[in-house]
Structure formats: C-alpha cells, structure tokens
Write a protein that binds this ligand. Structure first.
Ligand code: AMP
Ligand code: GLY
Length: 411
C-alpha cells in the first residue's frame, strides 16, 4: 500500500488528500502543514511548513512516502520539485524554472509573445511616468498587476484614467521603483482549464468557473476565489477545443522548445473574448476553490493517474458527466482584509462535503483561524439545482462566517 504526502494547508489540499484516499492503492495520506479540520477525514496533518524542504524531505524519507504532490504555488516557485528530485524522491509538479509561468508575469508574457499565443497586450514598467503612458496607450478600464506572487490579490482593475492615476501615484509614492505589468482589459466569459502534464502525455480535467470578487454581482476586491462550479456548460466544445489548441498546447510546446519543459498541473485562466479565447494567467498548480469541484468528478484512481504521468505509463482518467459540482467558500466576514477574530465552525447537514482551510482547535471545538475558512460542495443534475441545494443548507445554518449568496448565478 502507498503513502502520499501533500504540501499545502487549505481546502484545495483537503480535496487532493480525499481524492488520494479514494484510491484502493493508498492507505495513508499526510498533509504538510495541513490543518486540524482534515483530521475529521482521517488525514494526518504534519507540522512542517511548505518551504522547509530539508524537513519535508527528511519526513518523506523517514515515512517512506511513495509520492509527494504539491498543492500551492509558493513551494513550487521556490524549487520544491528540484529539491525532492535531487533527493531521489517522487514528486508531481513543475520544477523551479517551469514554475516561473506563475511566479513571474514578465516571464509568462514573454513566452506567450514569442510563441504568438493570444493574450492581453501587456508591458512591464518600473516608473510612474511609464506606467501612466502605458495605461493611456491601452485605454480604460486598465489592468495593473504586480510581478511577484500575490495569492490572487496582486491584480487591480481601474475603470477610468482618474482612478488609475490615483492608484499608480499612491503605489509609486510607497515604492518608487515598483515593477508592474500593465495590461489591456479583456472582456468576456472567464473559465479555467486544468491540464495534468506528464512526460509524453497531457490530460485535461473538466473546466471550472471561479468567482473571484469578494461580494455579490462581482463587486469588491479580488480574492483567492469565493466559489466555483464545474463543468461549465456555457463554454461550447468548439470553444474549449480552440482554447486547448491555441493556448494550452502551444504553451506546453513553447516551454519544451525553450528548454524549460512543464510537468505537473497547468492551470490556464482563459477569457473567451469576441475575437476568440485568450490567456489571462497561468498557475502551476490546481486552483482553489476550483479543485474542490473538479477532483470529486474523477471516477478512476487518482494515484494511478499521477504515477502514470510521472512514469510515462498511458493514463485514461474517467470523469463523471451527469452532474454539476458547486462550491461556496466560507470566509471571515472581514476577508480579504486581515482579521484575527475567531469564529466557531458550524456543523452542517450530511448532504454537503466540507473541505477545511484555516482551522484550529480550541477546547476540542473547530475554530476559524484566518480569512478563508472552508469550502462547502454539493452536486446536482443542473447548475440551478446545485445552487438551490447548497443555499438551502447554508442559509439554514447558524454561523458567524460570511459567504457570497450568488455562486452559480450567471452574471
Ligand atoms: P490573475 O492574478 O492574473 O489571475 O488575475 C486575477 C483576475 O483578474 C482574473 O481572474 C480576471 O478575472 C482578472 N483579470 C486579470 N487580467 C485581466 C485582463 N487582462 N482583463 C480582464 N480581467 C483580468
Ligand atoms: N481560484 C484562483 C486560483 O486558485 O488562483
């Protein structure tokens, strides 16, 4: 029987752990550092931080871990895969070079430009004067992104020149040489593709739609994601094929050609514009909260799938195709602003899957311990039915936590 180690701590990692647990080949799943809530499912949290590679490697060796799977981007960008491989351990994910697709917007934009892959026009700037010139050139609304990792919060969209000027002026006052990517605003329907990439094969999971803004009707600041559903019936087969053939596969080819081949999970954020699909972003791991609605759809063995991709054995995953899976994220009411107030975690009816994120225990009661507390997931034959089902449960549950009440509504 196999032992699996997952690196990360959130609801996404809880789902990845559950998916490995469903494999008849796996008997133990550890998550470093994981969280207290995962214990309710028999998953073992391990008190090692995601960037402490020597301690993670020692744990993997001591416990004779057969496979390590990285959930979040920071360890990948910091070289977790390189470190594990150098220690002779099996790990699924991109190495440090390939993880730049997410770690550096400038790297990603150059790759796309060189390979002629459709994406928003973008320019990197390091001064207020240049930032204003480029914003004017692209017109308004305009998108401003920080170059480094920002957990989904490094992006801001400014509707007018006045708003953009004010934002940029403030930013450069605080940080006079800030490196920013200024982007043309793309209009359209947004969805995410998750591609599992092995040595000579690529398979794609069902696509997902994510709700990134904090409040109903897509108002308020960008967050790591407030809810999600999958599959996405609004995206036709033809448009999905276009996105795969014009965006995802050419990117993987370009990475290979330039000597930084990508292995692991490639998350392509796509905007379906009037002139076809365009890349919004790449992430080098599964999405959160999308994973919570995507992985439960896998009917075949996840462990066999990942080992097959790592070892070049032909994989043929089977996904369900009758239901829509819908997830709603429960957050601290103040999220995404920092807040240290703790809330008790409510108990839900059995008709709901709960994936825990920021949880600790106080006197044996689960308490919230951060902004994103947990994801709740249901499935039903249609998106509408899934939405009715989840809100009929959430709206009857007494709690201090907050959630968006329009996940699954089409805006
Ligand atoms: P990113 O961190 O690049 O994924 O951006 C976060 C979110 O901001 C995306 O999921 C989009 O909803 C939005 N966004 C980013 N870039 C653009 C763009 N060029 N045009 C329109 N919306 C964008
Ligand atoms: N849900 C967006 C992300 O995982 O980056």
């Amino acid at each position: 029987m196999a032992k699996v180690l997952i690196i990360g701590s959130g609801a996404r990692e809880h789902t990845i752990a559950q998916t490995f647990q469903r494999s008849p080949q796996v008997d133990e799943v550890f998550v470093a550092p994981g969280n207290y809530g995962m214990k309710t499912d028999g998953i073992s949290p391990v008190a090692i931080e995601t960037n402490d590679f020597p301690a993670l490697i020692k744990f993997a060796k001591d416990q004779q871990i057969d496979l390590t799977f990285v959930g979040n981007e920071a360890p990948l960008v910091a070289g977790a895969v390189d470190a594990f491989e150098a220690a002779g351990l099996a790990i699924f994910g991109p190495n440090q070079q390939a993880a730049k697709l997410e770690g550096s917007k400038a790297f990603m934009k150059k790759l796309l430009a060189d390979a002629n892959i459709p994406t928003a026009k973008a320019k990197t700037v390091t001064s207020l004067t240049d930032a204003k010139v480029v914003a004017d050139e692209f017109g308004y609304p305009v998108v401003v992104k920080t170059d480094a990792l920002a957990a989904g919060k490094g992006v801001s969209i400014h509707q007018t020149k006045v708003a953009a000027d004010e934002f940029l002026t403030n930013l450069y006052q605080k940080e006079p040489h800030a490196k920013l990517v200024i982007e043309e605003y793309l209009e359209g329907f947004e969805f995410s593709i998750f591609s599992l990439v092995g040595k000579d094969q690529v398979v794609h999971a069902p696509i997902a739609h994510d709700y990134k803004r904090r409040f109903e009707a897509d108002k308020g600041p960008n967050t790591g994601g407030m809810g999600s559903y999958s599959p996405v019936v609004q995206v036709s087969k033809q448009n999905l094929e276009l996105a795969l053939n014009q965006l995802v596969m050419p990117t993987l080819d370009a990475m290979k050609k330039q000597g930084t081949p990508f292995y692991g999970v490639l998350y392509t954020g796509v905007m379906l514009t009037k002139s076809g699909p365009k890349v919004i972003e790449f992430n080098v791991r599964f999405g959160d909260p999308e994973t919570q609605v995507v992985l439960p759809q896998l009917q075949s063995d996840f462990y066999t799938l990942i080992q097959g991709l790592l070892n070049g054995k032909l994989v043929q995953p089977v996904w369900q195709n009758t239901d829509t899976y819908l997830g709603v994220v429960l957050v601290n009411p103040n999220y995404p602003a920092p807040n240290h107030q703790l809330y008790p975690v409510p108990s839900f009816s059995d008709n709901l899957v709960v994936n825990y994120a920021s949880i600790k225990s106080e006197a044996n009661q689960m308490m919230s311990d951060g902004g994103r507390v947990l994801t709740t997931v249901v499935h039903a034959p249609t998106l509408d039915l899934a939405r009715q089902k989840i809100y009929s449960i959430l709206d009857q549950t007494k709690m201090g936590l907050a959630y968006r009440n329009d996940i699954g509504k089409l805006n």
